[in-house]
Design a protein around this ligand. Structure first.
Ligand code: HEC
Length: 104
């Protein structure tokens, strides 16, 4: 018998996981293919900080704010890939996981 409080916290944890869209591995694959031509490449035509740095920088922003960044990059040099919402969620998951120590 785990008790009502225990049951409620298990349910809350499950809801948190369920609401947490996106997949780190898919996000990382996408970044590998489309983003790391600049990010983490000091020798690129348009060099940008690696995602370890970027992930920490954007940590405080909400998912919606990050979606805005990914769909309408604020700076001109970053191409807009028109990725699907799922791909954006994967990239956001990736950035969040990198911010807490996953490999960029
Ligand atoms: C053509 C080069 C280039 C590519 C490709 C690129 N970026 Fe960037 N990105 C940049 C530059 C330059 C910056 C700004 C760096 C800075 O502010 O120091 C940046 C900044 C960012 C930021 C931070 C924005 C902010 O508001 O601080 C995020 C998040 C980001 N990029 C994500 C991505 C993702 C995800 C991809 C792949 C879909 C990607 N970038 C592909 C060049 C690129």
């Amino acid at each position: 018998m785990i008790g009502l409080a225990g049951l409620m916290s298990v349910t809350a944890a499950l809801l948190l996981v369920a609401g947490d869209g996106g997949d780190y591995r898919r996000g990382r694959d996408f970044a590998e293919r489309y983003c790391k031509t600049c990010h983490g490449r000091p020798d690129a035509d348009v060099p940008a900080p690696d995602f370890g740095v970027i992930a920490r920088r954007v940590q405080g922003r909400s998912d919606d704010e990050l979606r805005q960044v990914l769909h309408n990059p604020p700076h001109q040099r970053m191409p807009n890939y028109n990725q699907s919402n799922e791909e954006s969620d994967d990239l956001i998951r990736y950035l969040r996981d990198v911010a807490r120590g996953y490999p960029p």
